[in-house]
Design a protein around this ligand. Structure first.
Ligand SMILES: C[C@@]1(CC(=O)O)C2=NC(=C\c3[nH]c(c(CCC(=O)O)c3CC(=O)O)Cc3[nH]c(c(CC(=O)O)c3CCC(=O)O)/C=C3\N/C(=C\2)[C@@H](CCC(=O)O)[C@]3(C)CC(=O)O)/[C@H]1CCC(=O)O
Ligand SMILES: NC(=O)c1ccc[n+]([C@@H]2O[C@H](COP(=O)([O-])OP(=O)(O)OC[C@H]3O[C@@H](n4cnc5c(N)ncnc54)[C@H](O)[C@@H]3O)[C@@H](O)[C@H]2O)c1
Length: 191
């Protein structure tokens, strides 16, 4: 269980420390590779200092609740796996394509439904939507640098979000943005 949480946290670029006497081979490998830190021992009261977020994922609910109590006292967000009253937040089921993330939560009503919807959305969402988003993000940065902030710019950004964008200079969406910028120059800066 902890393994899945470690994957979610690493995907969010977290710096992960695991405290556990035993770990599955994959977790041990991640520690050996320096991707996470592993303190090979049981949790001890006082372990939680300066952490932003804690996941209590031992197979002992008494230990998990003690971890939640210490986290609460120290204002650290805590998720005790599969123990909703001892969660400050729930892990959602997530579909990812590059910078695009779709998180599904049923607020604990049915994790199985969250998983099913993840699979359905994953099957429907084009595989290259993350690459498209990267191009769209680059074009948006160009547009916001050269266009004044007004209703026209907002219209343009909504238009571009409906079009294919590519990295090429002759890309029709880039041409539309440039044409628009020529008609809407930024006001001259007073020196
Ligand atoms: C989304 C996902 C994310 C993740 O875990 O990272 C997640 N559970 C997943 C799967 C899953 N979990 C369970 C099953 C078996 C089927 C079933 O029981 O329905 C399956 C499906 C399977 O295993 O196939 C059992 C289960 N889960 C909880 C309880 C306790 C309870 O309900 O009281 C029990 C009963 C335990 C028991 O019987 O003892 C509680 C929680 N699980 C949550 C998240 C939070 C609510 C999220 C929400 O509702 O949206 C919450 C509240 C706390 C938390 O954050 O952990 C992940 C899907 C990952 C994916 O995308 O594949
Ligand atoms: N939602 C799900 O799909 C799902 C699936 C499996 C398990 N679970 C839940 O997750 C929890 C963990 O299950 P698991 O299968 O990952 O168990 P596991 O036995 O694989 O892992 C438990 C880990 O806790 C560590 N541990 C035990 N006592 C400890 C202590 N005092 N201090 C620090 N570490 C300690 C062990 O060394 C081990 O690494 C259980 O509560 C289980 O019900 C949920």
């Amino acid at each position: 269980m902890a393994e899945a949480k470690i994957d979610s946290l690493l995907a969010a670029h977290a710096k992960v420390t695991v405290i556990a006497p035993k770990a599955r081979p994959r977790v041990a490998d991640m520690a050996a590779a320096g991707e996470i830190e592993w303190l090979k021992r049981e949790y001890a009261a006082g372990d939680l200092t300066a952490q932003f977020l804690v996941v209590a994922a031992t197979d002992n609910p008494v230990v998990n609740r003690a971890i939640f109590k210490e986290a609460t006292e120290k204002n650290i967000l805590c998720n005790a796996v599969d123990d909703p009253p001892f969660c400050d937040f729930y892990f959602p089921s997530v579909v990812r394509r590059g910078d695009l993330q779709i998180a599904i939560s049923t607020a604990g009503a049915s994790p199985a439904l969250a998983q099913r919807l993840r699979k359905e959305i994953n099957a429907q969402l084009p595989l290259d939507v993350g690459d498209w988003l990267t191009d769209l993000g680059n074009l948006r940065r160009e547009v916001t640098q050269i266009e004044p902030l007004n209703e026209e710019r907002k219209w343009l950004l909504h238009q571009l979000a409906q079009r294919e964008v590519c990295g090429y200079e002759s890309c029709p969406s880039r041409l539309l943005a440039r044409e628009h910028a020529l008609k809407n120059p930024l006001p001259e800066k007073k020196s």
